[in-house]
Ligand binder design. Structure first.
Ligand code: CMC
Length: 422
């Protein structure tokens, strides 16, 4: 069987044959046929916008790998900082490289005092922490002269380290501000997840992070670190393609993540479970979803048409957390929903399975995070994925500024009508 595709323009009879490699053929075939011919592809359903070596995802079989390593192995054996190194540098670090990377990240966790005193203090008292996170990531770039030196490899690395190191600090600061608590400075003697939990929860000198919760946090960070060309990462690449600095590009990516169909879904799941209120109401709720009155949040995925492998790992991690802090009362409703939905032809026929957000919100809630913080918790580790893609974009000679085409469907030329004649 030939690994080629032949496209014929029936208007002209012109034919073009191009190779298919890895299930992809180049769009140059269309330009060769007719430079003014475009493919209508809303939401990029059939468009591979880049070549990437970072994350492999097989949605039909529920496979997810970072740089070739299965997510299950990373979640069991690795740490988030090691995974961030893997995403950014392409390979697992040696012991020496990991020590140097950990030192670099750990010594860049502090933020400029003006960020906190002037910038964050200016937010309204009930500002959403994700709105604060998005804007403070963009603002952070204004503190660094080198932020715009994106052609300088050393400068790029410095900004990458800063963003990964400071995102938990910005996140914890947004939370402490929103509840009126004083900001906790980073504690560089702690691990990445323990430092974040300490900045979040420490009141008084005796706070100690339970190692089981620290590990659960780290696993959640690993699972959320990258997910190839999702909406947020695409925003990072599109904005980064105009050579915007990485802070502003990451703020754009975080803005995309904020939406309830993307990173905001875990928040929506917990609100939905609370609204359902009891296991007895599950059948009626499922009926309402089937009648088109809303969606079963945390179910369905553009790419996974099978169980999201992250959902399996998270479900297990949820039980580890519940062993320490007690069961989240919403768990029973979630389990009942999952059981009904996995059997119901509506969901089966549409290949709707639990995604990463179905159980993550329950863990976050059990760990004490308010729902407003859930998307921020997603954004902290996703920062390393965004930056890995940003770096890959900048070094890809085939990439240019992103500029899709459109199918114009508006009115033909018409003459301006004076206001009193309309
Ligand atoms: N509940 C009920 N019906 C659904 C759901 C759902 N969660 N998701 C999809 N459908 C139905 C949809 O109504 C449509 O039915 P029909 O063919 O009869 O019109 C069919 O399934 C296909 O849906 P779609 O909207 O065309 O699928 P999509 O690929 O555009 O959407 C999705 C993917 C994730 C936006 C969607 O499944 C959804 O809204 N899920 C709920 C929100 C959610 O959990 N989002 C988190 C995604 S994972 C985390 C991340 O990567 O950010």
């Amino acid at each position: 069987m030939a690994d080629t595709i032949t496209i014929t323009d029936d208007r002209t009879g012109k034919t073009v044959t191009v190779p298919i490699e890895g299930g992809v053929f180049p769009s140059s075939a269309l330009r060769e046929l007719d430079p003014s011919l475009f493919m209508y592809d809303p939401a990029y359903m059939s468009t591979a916008a880049c070549k990437s070596e970072i994350t492999y995802l097989d949605g039909a079989n529920g496979v997810l790998r970072y740089r070739g390593y299965p997510i299950e192995q990373l979640a069991e054996k690795s740490t988030y900082l090691e995974v961030a190194y893997l995403l950014i540098h392409g390979d697992l670090p040696t012991a020496e490289q990991l020590a140097a990377w950990t030192h670099e990240i750990t010594t860049h966790t502090f933020i400029h005092e003006n960020m906190r005193k002037r910038f964050v203090d200016g937010f309204h008292y009930d500002a959403h922490p994700m709105g604060m996170f998005v804007s403070s990531v963009a603002a952070l770039g204004t503190f660094y002269d080198g932020a715009k030196d994106i052609d300088d490899a050393d400068s790029r690395q410095r900004q990458i380290v800063r963003l990964i190191a400071k995102s938990p600090t910005l996140a914890a600061m947004a939370y402490r501000f929103s509840v009126g608590l004083p900001f906790n400075y980073p504690d560089n003697a702690l691990t990445y997840p323990a430092n974040f939990l300490s900045m979040m929860w420490k009141i008084g000198p005796d706070y100690e992070v339970d190692p089981r919760l620290e590990r659960a946090m780290d696993v959640l960070f690993i699972l959320h670190a990258d997910h190839e060309q999702n909406c947020g990462t695409t925003a990072m690449r599109v904005v980064g393609s105009s050579q915007t600095d990485p802070y502003t590009s990451a703020a754009a990516a975080a803005s995309a993540l904020y939406g309830p169909l993307h990173g905001g879904a875990n928040e929506a799941v917990v609100r939905m479970l609370a609204e359902i209120g009891s296991k007895d109401n599950v059948p009626a709720f499922i009926d309402s979803v089937k009648n088109g009155e809303g969606r079963l949040m945390g179910f369905g995925h553009r790419v996974y048409k099978n169980y999201d492998p992250r959902a399996t790992i998270i479900k297990k991690a949820a039980y580890d957390v519940f062993d320490v802090v007690g069961k989240n009362p919403l768990l029973d409703i979630a389990l009942a929903l999952e059981e009904v939905a996995l059997e119901d032809p509506y969901f089966v026929d549409r290949q709707l399975y639990p995604n990463v957000d179905f159980y993550s919100g329950l863990i976050y809630q059990a760990l004490g995070f308010p729902v407003d913080m859930f998307t921020v918790l997603f954004a902290i580790p996703r920062t390393s994925g965004w930056l890995a893609h940003w770096q890959e974009l900048l070094s890809d000679p085939e990439q240019k500024i992103s500029r899709p085409r459109q199918w114009y469907a508006g009115p033909d030329e018409r003459d301006y009508v004076a206001i009193d004649a309309r």
